[in-house]
Design a protein around this ligand. Structure first.
Ligand code: SAM
Ligand code: DTB
Ligand code: SF4
Length: 329
C-alpha cells in the first residue's frame, strides 16, 4: 500500500489536537500516480464504506442573472470582456425561477441551484434572491446559490431565508490560480467560504480540471479542499467546457482518464462529501461517466442546461442510470 485510504495517522501541520490530521500534497500526488485500476478500487472501497454505491443525487441549475460579469475568469463565457455570444440578462422574475424549480422537482431533482454572474451581490441584488430562496425552499427542494463573493452579513441573510448550500469554487490550486483569474485572489475565495461556513450554511466547493494545469496542480486543488475543516459537503468537479471567445478556448484537452482519476482522488480524500460529476459531461460520453460513478461520484447536474452551456438531456441521464442499475436519491 502506497498511501493510506483514510487520513494519515500523524498530523503533518500545526493542527489543533482535536482537528483531523491533514493530507499532504505528496500523499495526494501519490494517489494520482497509482495505477488506474488500483486507484479506482481504492476509491470504490471508500465510497462503499460511506455511501450506497448505486445512488446518485440530482441538482438542477438555473442562471438567474446571466452574462455581463466584470470578472476575468479565463474559463467563463459570462465575463463581459470575453466575446462569447452569451446574451446578458438581468435578474429573472421570481415566477420564472419558481416554474423552473417546480419542473426540476417534477423531473426528480432534490436540489435547485441558482447562479448569478456577479462579482458578488450588492444588497439590492441580494433582496430578490432571498425571496427566491424562500419560495424554492417552500417547494420542498434543497436550495443552493452561487452569487460570487459575499460580504459580512450576507451569508446570514441567505441562511435566514432558508439557503441550504452556497457554491463557491476554489477553481484550481493556489499556484495555478493566477494564470486563470486576476480580478480576485485565492484568499478572497477562502474568505467567502469562511463566511458561508460561519453562518452555518453547507459548503459546496470544488473546481475545474482541464485548464492546462499540471497533475501536481490538480493535486493542489484537492489538497485545499480536503484539508478544509470540515471538508465541503458537496464537491463539484468540473471538466472545462471550452467556449469560443474565452481565453481558455483551445487549451489541450485533458485525458478523460485523468478526469476520472480526479474524481477518485476527491472521493478518497473526502470520504463523506458528495462528489459531483459536474460541467463537461456532454463531452465525456456514457463510458467515462460510468467510470466516474465507479470512482465515487454520487451527484450530477441534471437538466439540459448548466448555466449557459449544454448538459445531457434529462432523458439521456435517466437512460444511463437505468443501464447502470443506479437510482436517484
Ligand atoms: N459568478 C459566481 C462566481 O464566480 O462565484 C457564480 C457563478 S460561476 C459561473 C460558478 C462556477 O462555475 C465557477 O466558479 C466555475 O468553477 C464554474 N464554471 C464556469 N464556467 C465554466 C466552464 N466553462 N467550464 C467549467 N466550469 C465552469
Ligand atoms: C459548478 O461547480 N459548476 C456549475 C455550478 N457550480 C454553478 C457551473 C458550470 C458552468 C459551466 C459553464 C456555463 O454553463 O456557463
Ligand atoms: Fe463572473 Fe462567475 Fe464567470 Fe467569474 S465565473 S466571470 S465571477 S460569472
Amino acid at each position: 500500500m502506497i498511501v493510506s485510504e483514510t487520513r494519515p495517522a500523524t498530523p503533518v501541520t500545526a493542527a489543533s489536537p482535536l482537528s483531523a490530521p491533514a493530507w499532504t500534497l505528496e500523499q495526494i500526488e501519490a494517489l494520482f500516480n497509482l495505477p488506474f485500476n488500483d486507484l479506482l478500487y481504492r476509491a470504490q472501497q471508500v465510497h462503499r464504506a460511506n455511501f450506497d454505491a448505486n445512488t446518485v443525487q440530482l441538482s438542477t441549475l438555473l442562471s438567474i442573472k446571466t452574462g455581463g460579469c466584470p470578472e476575468d475568469c479565463g474559463y467563463c463565457p459570462q465575463a463581459a470582456r470575453h466575446h462569447t455570444g452569451v446574451e446578458s440578462q438581468s435578474v429573472l422574475p421570481i415566477d420564472e425561477v419558481l416554474a423552473a424549480a417546480k419542473a426540476a422537482k417534477d423531473k426528480g431533482a432534490t436540489r435547485f441551484c441558482m447562479g448569478a454572474a456577479w462579482r458578488g451581490p450588492k444588497q439590492k441584488d441580494l433582496d430578490p434572491v432571498l425571496d427566491m430562496v424562500k419560495a424554492v425552499k417552500a417547494l420542498g427542494l434543497e436550495t443552493c446559490a452561487t452569487l460570487g463573493m459575499l460580504r459580512d452579513g450576507q451569508a446570514e441573510q441567505l441562511r435566514d431565508a432558508g439557503l441550504d448550500y452556497y457554491n463557491h469554487n476554489l477553481d484550481t490550486s493556489p499556484e495555478f490560480y493566477g494564470e486563470i483569474v486576476s480580478t480576485r485572489d485565492y484568499t478572497d475565495r477562502l474568505d467567502t467560504l469562511g463566511r458561508v461556513r460561519n453562518a452555518g450554511i453547507n459548503v459546496c466547493c470544488g473546481g475545474i480540471v482541464g485548464m492546462g494545469e499540471s497533475r501536481r496542480e490538480r493535486a493542489g486543488l484537492v489538497l485545499q479542499l480536503a484539508n478544509m475543516t470540515p471538508p465541503p459537503e458537496s464537491v463539484p468537479i468540473n471538466n472545462l467546457v471550452q467556449v469560443e471567445g474565452t481565453p481558455l478556448h483551445g487549451t489541450e484537452k485533458l485525458d478523460p482518464f485523468e478526469f476520472v482519476r480526479s474524481i477518485a482522488v476527491a472521493r478518497i480524500t473526502m470520504p463523506k462529501s458528495y462528489v459531483r460529476l459536474s460541467a463537461g459531461r456532454q463531452e465525456l460520453g456514457d463510458g467515462v461517466q460510468a467510470l466516474c460513478f465507479l470512482a465515487g461520484a454520487n451527484s450530477i447536474f441534471y437538466g439540459d442546461k448548466l448555466l449557459t452551456t449544454g448538459n445531457p438531456e434529462a432523458e439521456q441521464d435517466e437512460a444511463l442510470l437505468k443501464r447502470l442499475g443506479m437510482h436517484t436519491a
